[in-house]
Design a binder for this molecule. Structure first.
Ligand SMILES: [Zn+2]
Length: 449
């Protein structure tokens, strides 16, 4: 059976991930993501109303025109998890393919919400839920399986396409977490089994983020302990404490909520995306928040809540807000600019349970946000966080476990691929032979007929 890989997006950048695998006559698409920084750099861009081709020209969504060179039918569109760089282009591209969108329950729910917000295209693809451990027949001879992995968002999976020539493991994005705060540990046992099956692993496509960092990425339970230490240490502070994190990071949000309670403060989630992700996770029973946890997204209800906090005393509350990267319109940045009814005073604490995404725009915005908060007297607790991506030893362990015939590094630019290529070459792979560094819009033939 002929096997081809189309590397469509995310091979020159972090963002707008999209890869297609053709096995015989069947094609499976993995991820359809957005490159948010290409959108945010323009002021007032409303992607909801934009056409796909304009977004492709901006570099915001994958240029899927290479798909017409693949001689097969798309049988499934498979986003691996709910981050925007993996699902954000579905509402712009999926309608071009007569195929269902197949994803884990939390991811499907986020895809559904995204499609609902789309104003330009009618996206009518079937939405099919499939959980980790389950499989789905693809055409007559291929099978799709979801393997449970751990990442900075719940319900993440790595899809595996089993073909008569061996398995294709699509490895974006994960960290090797054996003690996650929500959900099951990464299913290394299943990866070991897949490696031992007939024909083994034909190809491993992997996210190279953090490949240049030594050692292993700590578990989410380490970030949780770090957070607990910080929050318990300020238990006696009788002024304002404000926290921010990735709103899609449900495990972290739930730790914040729990420790707020522990130190005698009522947690409140503020900001549109805080309400969106946490509300969805609670509706789907991934998390059990206290009954009195307030979640407010709309500007008016947020401001009303801030007024209530000021009236009843800042020392009784812990607002958990958006703005961990210093995004200009996010809640924490507005608080720093003094645009909300919440007044920061000398000695008030601001907890960043996030790392600055190392990119000039984020670094600049975050710097500005911290300065503004500091000018009002806030004390900053930075980097209470662990990454959602594998470091060098995690990458080593995955390659060692899967023993793939071919490796395709993804989810980075050329610079980001370099440390991963070094590692793979040290493990016996050869650039150009079985280790394929590529660009957006290429086709790689792994098995010829
Ligand atoms: Zn991700």
């Amino acid at each position: 059976m002929e096997i081809e890989i189309a590397t469509i997006g995310g091979y020159e950048e972090v963002g707008r991930q999209m890869t297609a695998v053709r096995a015989g006559d069947d094609v499976v698409v993995f991820d359809m993501g957005l490159n948010l920084s290409k959108v945010l750099i323009h002021d007032n861009v409303e992607t909801e109303r934009m056409h796909s081709l304009d977004l492709i020209d901006m570099g915001a969504i994958p240029d899927d025109r290479v798909m017409s060179d693949l001689e097969g039918d798309v049988k499934a569109i498979v986003p691996t998890h709910g981050h925007l760089d993996h699902i954000g282009a579905i509402s712009k591209l999926a309608h071009r393919y007569d195929a269902p969108i197949v994803a884990s329950p939390f991811t499907i729910e986020l895809v559904k919400q995204q499609i609902k917000g789309e104003e330009k295209f009618g996206v009518e693809n079937d939405l099919q839920k499939m959980s980790a451990g389950e499989t789905m027949q693809i055409g007559e001879r291929n099978e799709l399986e979801f393997v449970n992995v751990t990442h900075s968002i719940i319900d993440a999976i790595n899809p595996v396409l089993h073909t008569p020539e061996g398995s294709i493991v699509y490895g974006l994005d994960k960290r090797m977490d054996h003690t996650p705060v929500i959900g099951d540990p990464i299913d290394m046992k299943r990866f070991r089994e897949i490696a031992r099956e007939d024909n083994g692993v034909l190809c491993y496509i992997e996210d190279c983020t953090n490949a240049g960092r030594k050692g292993r990425t700590p578990s989410e339970s380490v970030a949780r302990r770090h957070l607990k230490d910080v929050m318990y240490s300020i238990e006696d502070y009788d002024g304002g404490i404000v926290a921010t994190t990735f709103s899609s990071h449900i495990a972290r949000v739930s730790s914040l909520v729990e420790f707020a309670d522990d130190i005698g403060r009522q947690p409140v989630l503020l900001g549109r995306s805080m309400e969106k992700y946490s509300g969805t996770a609670e509706r789907l029973d991934f998390v059990d928040f206290p009954d009195d946890l307030g979640m407010y997204g709309h500007r008016k209800s947020v401001d009303r809540t801030f007024k209530r906090i000021m009236n009843e005393g800042k020392e009784n509350f812990l607002p958990i807000v958006t703005g961990h990267q210093g995004e200009p319109r996010a809640m924490l940045t507005r608080m720093g600019r003094g645009e909300t009814p919440y007044e920061l005073e000398d000695g008030d604490k601001v907890l960043f349970s996030a790392r600055v995404i190392p990119e000039p725009t984020n670094e600049g915005q975050r710097y500005q946000s911290e300065k503004l908060l500091g000018m009002q007297g806030a004390r900053i607790y930075d980097d209470i966080h662990v990454s959602g991506h594998l470091r060098e030893e995690g990458h080593y362990e995955m390659i060692d476990t899967l023993q793939p015939q071919h490796i395709i590094p993804a989810h980075q630019d050329m610079k980001g691929f370099a440390p991963y290529v070094d590692l793979a070459e040290n493990m016996g792979y050869n650039l150009g032979r079985d280790l394929h560094v590529t660009r957006n819009g290429n086709l790689i033939t792994l098995v010829e007929e």
